[in-house]
Design a protein around this ligand. Structure first.
Ligand SMILES: [Zn+2]
Length: 150
């Protein structure tokens, strides 16, 4: 197991713990200022971005209140995960985005008790990516995102 203090110039401050494996299909999680990512994914920048977004949500969402809302409110959990997955995808190459978008949608549909299908999740993520693109210009308009989803 490796433990690192992340030296990132931006908020939020976080400590990264890297165990060899996490249980089940879990590859990473954020417990506020503590981010845990399994060894095989620890160098994957988009995964780190996803977990850092959850850490930011913890600090900005009222600390323990954020955890309570995340676990008690399906809508809050959906919004938190949409933001994290959208940021994760926005930090992928266009090719990688095409691979990860359906995987992220599948994970969102099956792992968070949201009562949404993978197709619904993919549509939501595609919509959020387009919004982010229009706000920041981070994504290439030729990504083909408009043709995926459904
Ligand atoms: Zn997440």
């Amino acid at each position: 197991m490796r433990i690192s203090l992340l030296k990132l110039p931006l908020f939020p401050p976080a400590v990264l713990v890297v165990p060899k494996r996490l249980p089940g299909r879990l590859i990473g999680l954020s417990l506020g200022p503590l981010i845990v990512i399994e060894q095989a994914s620890a160098t994957d920048h988009p995964t780190l971005i996803h977990e850092l977004e959850h850490s930011r949500q913890f600090w900005c969402g009222g600390l323990v209140l954020h955890f309570l809302r995340y676990w008690l409110s399906r809508q809050y959990r959906l919004e938190a995960e949409l933001r994290a997955f959208t940021l994760e995808l926005s930090h992928c190459s266009i090719k990688e985005q095409g691979i990860r978008l359906p995987l992220s949608a599948g994970a969102l549909a099956s792992g968070y008790s949201l009562e949404l299908t993978a197709d619904q999740c993919q549509s939501l993520l595609t919509e959020r990516l387009k919004e982010l693109q229009s706000k920041t210009g981070l994504l290439d308009s030729s990504s083909g995102l408009a043709t995926r989803g459904g």
